[in-house]
Design a binder for this molecule. Structure first.
Ligand SMILES: [Zn+2]
Length: 526
């Protein structure tokens, strides 16, 4: 072995030893404090958790929080009041404006060939129905071979309620099929469904419009209303997003009732619906982030940021997206204020507005606060449903293992053992508010959680309600987040921002580091 090589190896060995020594000293230094602060946090959260009360007040008391709605503003104000009662300073910071819309009554009844109240609701931002509702025959989107033929068929929709979604071949989720069906029957159902999906996609593209522009084309041709059904692949769950028509209501109807209507139309029964969709347009409304602060004592100009969006879609009450993330961060602030009232660094909780419409609140905060962004130690973002923390991706920071690994080691073993890690990991390009910070080069981490069938059952669905919250898991996530914030605040070193270049995404492909993007400051008015 060459002399130089041996020397290098020895140097490396020495470096590793020194690092170990530094880590050990650091751990020991912290140990005395950990005994009290960490123990108190764990004990308090299991004995005195406020999570249930907070969830009731926010999800049940205020309800869903569509950006620009009066409930969104009420949620911002409630967040401030709650912090104030704990002696924590908080304020609403305006960053833009959004179309103000207030959801009213949705009532949908089939009145012919027999009477049945439909399980459905208007989409967010849907135009109102005329006074007394709209009563009309239901038809299926005309089938055309191309856009020229579709134009010729378009007058058929005049005065009609037009169904624009594919009817599902089965209302049973796939795991139910897997449990009970013969294997070949399950495979056949899936193959048939794939073919049906492809045929429906062709039916839409043959109109010359896409799923966004089609509804507008139909209303311009005189349709009385638009009916969709966006099944979320769980019993009773439909995703409820926004309408983009200007004059006629758009309603989502459950898989079961949508299927009923569709079959009646196909059978020539000419079903009729009465749709009452009430709402109020409130003009442009100010949009905010609510920012709570516990001032740092030694390094007040360095920051640890707790991040969770406060807005939601409005088909349910936003219970797991993102009442859960919101109240975890509030509860963490309560615990820190009580047991760690003079943090070394300033601790901020950012409750962002308009994450659901494009991470706008957090993007605006990053744009508007360059001095803070420069001096952030770490961001911890909660937006994963209702599970307990089980995974942290190092977000592509080369030294992540050293600092984040050290912070994680302070978590009690029975909770720490749930948490997997990936270092250096991959920078988030989107998905939630951590991406807004990562794009600015800030070590910002998404706190991954156990799944609880989030994507199908509650994510943006009518079933995103209080009863789906798993409080025992939230308590554990609260403890994890509080200890990470405490350790990040106490760390003698500033966390390294050295990036993995080139960055690699979750599929192992090389990507550039995500770039910051502008917030939409005037939204919902296109
Ligand atoms: Zn979310």
């Amino acid at each position: 072995m060459a002399y130089q090589k041996v020397l290098n190896m020895l140097k490396l060995h020495f470096k590793a030893k020194m690092l170990l020594l530094v880590i050990t000293v650091f751990s020991l230094q912290l140990f005395a404090q950990q005994n009290s602060v960490i123990e108190n946090i764990v004990k308090d959260e299991f004995a005195n958790s406020q999570l249930e009360r907070l969830a009731t007040e926010l999800s049940d008391g205020i309800g869903p929080r569509l950006v620009g709605s009066p409930q969104m503003k009420a949620a911002h104000d409630w967040t401030i009041e709650t912090y104030k009662a704990w002696g924590i300073q908080a304020e609403n910071q305006q960053w833009g404006q959004w179309r103000g819309w207030q959801r009213g009554i949705s009532h949908i009844d089939m009145i012919s060939p027999w009477i049945k109240s439909m399980n459905g609701t208007q989409l967010a931002w849907s135009p109102q129905s005329p006074k007394g509702g709209v009563t009309a025959e239901v038809i299926i989107l005309p089938l055309a071979t191309d856009s020229i033929q579709f134009k010729q068929l378009l007058p058929q929709v005049k005065g009609k309620l037009v169904m624009i979604s594919m009817p599902q071949p089965t209302g049973r989720p796939d795991d139910n099929w897997e449990k009970y069906a013969r294997k070949d029957a399950f495979e056949k159902m899936k193959a048939d469904r794939t073919a049906q999906n492809e045929a429906w996609a062709k039916r839409i593209s043959s109109t010359g419009y896409n799923s966004r522009t089609l509804a507008v084309a139909l209303e311009n041709a005189g349709a009385a209303g638009i009916i969709s059904s966006y099944w979320s692949r769980a019993y009773g769950a439909n995703k409820i997003f926004g309408a983009n028509t200007k004059k006629v209501p758009v309603v989502d109807i459950s898989l079961e009732d949508y299927g009923l209507l569709y079959r009646l139309v196909e059978a020539g029964q000419k079903p009729k619906l009465r749709i009452i969709a009430e709402s109020k347009e409130l003009g442009l409304q100010p949009t905010f982030n609510t920012i709570a602060t516990i001032k740092g004592s030694e390094k007040p100009d360095e920051y640890v940021v707790l991040s969770a969006h406060l807005d939601s879609w409005d088909g349910g009450t936003g219970a797991t997206d993102n009442t859960t993330g919101t109240i975890i961060m509030m509860e963490v602030m309560r615990l820190l204020k009580k047991w760690y009232p003079n943090p070394k660094r300033t601790i901020i909780a950012g409750h962002w507005g308009s994450e659901e419409q494009g991470l706008n609140g957090s993007r605006a905060y990053v744009q508007d606060n360059p001095e803070i962004i420069k001096n952030i130690q770490a961001v911890f973002n909660q937006d994963g449903g209702t599970g307990r923390t089980n995974f942290i991706n190092g977000a592509g920071f080369v030294q992540g293992y050293d600092f984040l690994g050290c912070w994680l080691s302070a978590i009690p073993q029975d909770i720490r053992s749930d948490i997997g890690t990936d270092f250096p990991g991959t920078p988030a390009g989107g998905g939630s508010d951590n991406a807004s910070f990562v794009a600015a080069g800030v070590p910002a981490f998404y706190l991954g959680t156990t799944n609880w069938d989030y994507g199908t059952v509650t994510w943006h669905t009518n079933l995103d309600t209080y009863d789906k919250i798993v409080f025992d898991d939230l308590r554990r996530s609260t403890i994890v987040t509080a200890i990470l914030a405490y350790m990040a605040s106490e760390d003698p070193e500033k966390a390294s921002r050295e990036k993995r270049i080139p960055a690699v995404n979750s599929r192992g492909e090389q990507i550039g580091w995500p770039q910051p993007r502008d917030a939409t400051r005037k939204g919902g008015i296109d």
